[in-house]
Design a protein around this ligand. Structure first.
Ligand code: HEM
Length: 400
C-alpha cells in the first residue's frame, strides 16, 4: 500500500502524475478527507463528492476571493471570475440558462454529419506511423468548437495554444512563466473574440445552427449576456471543450490498445461504443479535479471545518470507488450501471457533455472500425498534469 502520509497536491511526483490511482486508493482507504499542509481538503470518496456537488449553499464555486492572491489584478483573474463555472447562483444560473439555451440538442444533433466528415478526413490522411494525439485526438475538438462558434477555418490555428496556456495556469502550482503565458493568451483571445462577435452582430448567422449568434440574442425574458460575460464565456467554452475532449479520445484509444479483449468486444459489437466512451470517462477521467470552498462550517469525515476551507474534489478517485463500482480498476466497456462523475453533478454539471459524448463516440468508434489492428509503437507520453489527465503524444502503428 502506498504511504500517503506526505501527500501534498502542491508537491506531486512524476510517479503520481504517471499513475495516480494507487495513491487515490490509499487515500480513499486511509484518509478520505485529507487535510493538506495549506489547510485545504482533498476528497476521494464518491459519496463525499456527490454530497458536495449537491450542497451548493455550503460548497461554493465562486473564486473571487480565492483567486485574488493567486492571479492578482490580471486578465486571468477577470477571465476565471467571469466564467460560469467559477460562479454561484444567481449569477451562475443566469449565465448558465443563456449558454445552455444556445447549446440545444438540435444545435448539437446538427453537428453530427460535419463531425463524421471531419473524423473520416483525418482517418483518410493518417500515415501508417502516427501520433494519435497530434494527428487525430487533438484535431477534432478544436474544429468542433470552432464550428460551434463559427470561427472561420483559417483563423483557428492559435486557439489550441491559447486554450492550453489558460488551462495550464489552473494547475495546483502556477509558475511565473505559466502565469505570463496564461495572461497573454486571455488578452489575445479577448481581442480576437471582440472582432469576431462584432462581425457576427453585424452579420448574424443561421440562428438554429450558430451558437454564437444565439448567444448574442436576448432570451424570451429579454435577458442577455453582457459583453464581458459573452467574451469570457466563449473563451471558457473553447477551453472547457478542448483539452478534456482531446483527452477523452486519446485516453479511450490507449485504454482499448492496452486491453485487447475489450477492443475485440467493441469490434464484435460496435453498438457498445457509447458505453465504451462512458467507461473511458470513468476509468481515466480527463478532468480529475474540481474545486469548492466552504461558505459555513461543514462536517466532512467526522470533523467540522470552518467557513473558507478550500476543498478539492478528486473525480479520478471517486470514479474508482469500490463502494459504487464493482472491480473499479478493471476497464469494462460494457459496465452498467456506470454513474461516474466525470462531468460532475448538480448545478455545474458539464453543459457540453452531450457534445463530448458525441465526439468521443464518433472518433473512437470510427477509428477502431477503420484501423482495428492499431498498436502502440512506444509507451505513450503522459501530459503530466494533475487536473487534466491525458497524453502529450501517443506514437502508434495503424496496422500493427
Ligand atoms: C470529455 C470532455 C469533458 C469533460 C470530462 C468535462 C468535464 C466537466 C466538469 C467536471 C465540469 C464541472 C466543473 C465543476 O463545477 O467543478 C464541467 C463544466 C462545464 N463544461 Fe465540461 N467537460 C467536457 C467537455 C465539454 C465541452 C465539449 C463543453 C462545451 C462545448 C463543455 C462545457 C462546459 C461548461 C460550459 C461547464 C460549466 C458548467 C457550469 O458551471 O454550470 N465541457 N465540465
Amino acid at each position: 500500500m502506498v504511504d500517503v502520509g506526505g501527500f501534498d497536491l502542491t508537491r506531486l511526483t512524476p510517479g503520481f502524475l504517471a499513475d495516480p490511482y494507487p495513491t487515490y486508493r490509499a487515500l480513499r482507504e486511509q484518509n478520505p478527507v485529507r487535510r493538506m499542509p495549506d489547510g485545504s481538503l482533498f476528497l476521494t470518496r464518491y459519496a463525499d463528492l456527490a454530497r458536495v456537488y449537491r450542497d451548493t449553499q455550503t460548497f461554493s464555486s465562486d473564486k473571487a476571493v480565492e483567486f485574488r492572491p493567486k492571479f492578482g489584478d490580471t486578465p486571468l483573474y477577470e477571465h476565471h471570475t467571469t466564467s460560469l463555472v467559477f460562479n454561484d447562483p444567481p449569477r451562475h444560473s443566469r449565465v448558465r440558462r443563456l449558454i445552455a439555451g444556445a447549446l440545444t440538442p438540435r444545435a448539437i444533433g446538427g453537428m453530427e454529419a460535419g463531425l463524421v466528415a471531419l473524423v473520416d478526413r483525418l482517418l483518410d490522411r493518417m500515415a501508417a506511423r502516427t501520433d494519435l494525439i497530434a494527428d487525430f485526438a487533438a484535431a477534432i475538438p478544436i474544429e468542433v468548437i470552432g464550428n460551434l462558434l463559427g470561427v472561420p477555418p483559417g483563423e483557428r490555428e492559435p486557439l489550441r495554444g491559447w486554450s492550453l496556456a489558460i488551462l495550464g495556469a489552473l494547475e495546483p502550482v502556477v509558475t511565473p512563466t505559466a502565469a505570463l503565458r496564461g495572461n497573454q493568451a486571455v488578452t489575445e483571445f479577448l481581442d480576437y473574440l471582440a472582432v469576431l462577435t462584432a462581425d457576427r452582430r453585424a452579420r448574424p448567422a443561421d440562428l438554429d445552427r450558430d451558437v454564437l449568434t444565439r448567444l448574442l440574442q436576448a432570451d424570451p425574458d429579454g435577458d442577455r449576456l453582457t459583453q464581458a460575460e459573452l467574451l469570457h464565456n466563449c473563451i471558457f467554452l473553447l477551453n472547457a471543450g478542448h483539452e478534456t475532449t482531446t483527452n477523452l479520445i486519446g485516453n479511450g484509444l490507449v485504454a482499448l490498445a492496452q486491453h485487447p479483449a475489450e477492443r475485440a468486444r467493441l469490434l464484435a459489437d460496435p453498438g457498445l461504443v457509447r458505453s465504451a466512451v462512458e467507461e473511458a470517462l470513468r476509468f481515466e477521467s480527463s478532468n480529475q479535479l474540481g474545486n469548492r470552498i466552504t461558505t459555513a462550517s461543514a462536517a466532512l469525515g467526522g470533523t467540522t471545518y470552518p467557513a473558507g476551507t478550500p476543498v478539492t474534489l478528486c473525480i479520478g478517485a471517486a470514479n474508482r470507488d469500490p463502494a459504487v463500482f464493482a472491480d473499479p480498476d478493471r476497464f469494462d466497456i460494457g459496465r452498467s450501471p456506470n454513474r461516474h462523475l466525470a462531468f460532475a453533478a448538480g448545478i455545474h454539471q458539464c453543459v457540453g457533455m452531450s457534445l463530448a459524448r458525441l465526439e468521443g463516440a464518433v472518433a473512437i468508434g470510427r477509428f477502431v472500425a477503420r484501423y482495428p489492428h492499431y498498436a502502440l509503437a512506444r509507451p505513450p507520453v503522459r501530459g503530466m498534469r494533475a487536473r487534466f489527465r491525458g497524453f502529450a503524444a501517443v506514437p502508434a502503428v495503424l496496422n500493427g
